[in-house]
Design a protein. Structure first.
Length: 161
């Protein structure tokens, strides 16, 4: 192979390697974000619940970390990141939204969520549980609708000639 013929081959090879590396990085970056979201939800729920029972400090922190690791492992084992993102983000958003509404309505104080968002929900459990279920269900429905619409449009339109 002459010097002039090697240059396009070398550039093509370098481009292919860089493309593969960037594709792998984007996949693993997304997957890592899904695992982190799962861990954050596990930590928030357990640390908040323990804080509301009066177990503040290192115990709530340690058990929250254990819950975060367990939920992160479940996220990895189930290997369904799109569905987990939908469910976990809907639940996390619902918990935050209901806490915000309870603060605005004066049902809980800002200090009630010092240990985690779960603690604030347990201060007014009847309204909180119903609110979280309704808002999370709406969030899951909306995101699933968007997810299935996107998948349907790819199947229908992606292969037309």
């Amino acid at each position: 192979m002459t010097g002039a013929a090697r240059q396009p081959f070398l550039l093509g090879t370098i481009g292919a390697v860089i493309g593969i590396v960037l594709a792998l990085l984007s996949y693993f970056w997304y997957y890592a974000a899904v695992v982190i979201v799962g861990g954050a939800v596990g930590y928030t729920l357990v640390a908040g619940f323990l804080g509301s029972l009066g177990f503040d400090g290192i115990l709530a922190f340690a058990l929250g970390l254990v819950a975060a690791a367990v939920v992160a492992l479940i996220t990895i084992v189930l290997a369904v990141p799109a569905w987990l993102v939908v469910v976990l983000s809907a639940i996390g958003g619902a918990v935050a939204a209901v806490n915000g509404a309870l603060i605005l309505l004066g049902r809980i104080q800002l200090e009630d969520i010092d240990s985690g968002l779960g603690e604030g929900l347990l201060k007014d459990p009847l309204i909180a549980v119903v609110g979280v279920i309704v808002v999370a269900a709406a969030g899951i429905w909306y995101q699933m609708r968007d997810l299935t619409d996107t998948a349907a449009s790819i199947r229908r339109d992606g292969y037309r000639i």
